[in-house]
Write a protein that binds this ligand. Structure first.
Ligand code: HEM
Length: 205
């Protein structure tokens, strides 16, 4: 049987699942406010009034918790020259030809891209959200700025949700990945075939 390697510690996993919980709560309350056809989602946060009251606070809390993940993983998500090669071969991966992919460290180019999409969409959501947060901040902001902010807020939410869908799909599609975030460990075989450079480093350690 393949040996297990530690990929995430308890704190990292707690941080991750707390972000997921807040993503669901802020997402449901936000979608409920976005369109009447999605109003049923306000049930998740206790009805329409509570969705309106809680949504901005849940959003701020989600960004703050994501900051925890950001600080932990930003170094491993920096783009390097090797990522260019991975990007070139991406078509091969989608065809199922894993062997054509170059060796990668802790994260591959696709994961890094999703990480930066998370970070960028969350910062746009935070800044624009403050601009039209009534009654605290919106009265001090010109209406033209509020209009643009509302539009950018919706676009950033769309990008975030799409990125999360890609993130979940990849976690399920690459067999053996989910356990990294549920149990904290991955098999040696998983590490060797998906993150060769990270695997070599882990073996040296
Ligand atoms: C049900 C939803 C989710 C599932 C099943 C899930 C699953 C996972 C798994 C399995 C990993 C480990 C990947 C690896 O080590 O190769 C991971 C890492 C990570 N996840 Fe999630 N995730 C979910 C939602 C989210 C959300 C909503 C966010 C933030 C908005 C997020 C942010 C991250 C980050 C920052 C990492 C570290 C890896 C990286 O930097 O690329 N996840 N997730």
């Amino acid at each position: 049987m393949s040996k297990l390697l530690q990929r995430y510690n308890d704190r990292e996993r707690m941080n991750h699942w707390f972000v997921v919980l807040l993503f669901v709560l802020a997402g449901c309350s936000g979608f409920a406010l976005f369109h009447p056809s999605l109003f049923f989602l306000s049930t998740v946060t206790g009805g329409g009034s509570w969705a309106r009251i809680l949504h901005p606070f849940l959003g701020v809390l989600m960004v703050l918790s994501f900051l925890g993940l950001f600080l932990r993983f930003v170094a491993a998500n920096r783009f390097t020259a090797a990522d260019k090669e991975w990007k070139k071969q991406m078509g091969q991966l989608l065809k199922g030809n894993k062997s054509a992919m170059p060796a990668v460290g802790k994260y591959n180019y696709g994961q890094k891209l999703v990480f930066w999409l998370f970070a960028c969409s969350l910062i746009v959501l935070l800044i624009t959200g403050f601009l039209f947060w009534r009654p605290w901040f919106a009265p001090y902001v010109p209406i033209a700025v509020i209009r643009v902010a509302v539009l950018l807020h919706a676009i950033a939410a769309f990008v975030l949700v799409l990125s999360v869908i890609v993130h979940i799909y990849a976690a399920i599609w690459v067999k053996g990945t989910l356990r990294a975030m549920t149990r904290g460990t991955v098999t040696e075989e998983w590490a060797r075939s998906n993150h060769r450079i990270w695997y070599d480093d882990a073996m040296k350690r």
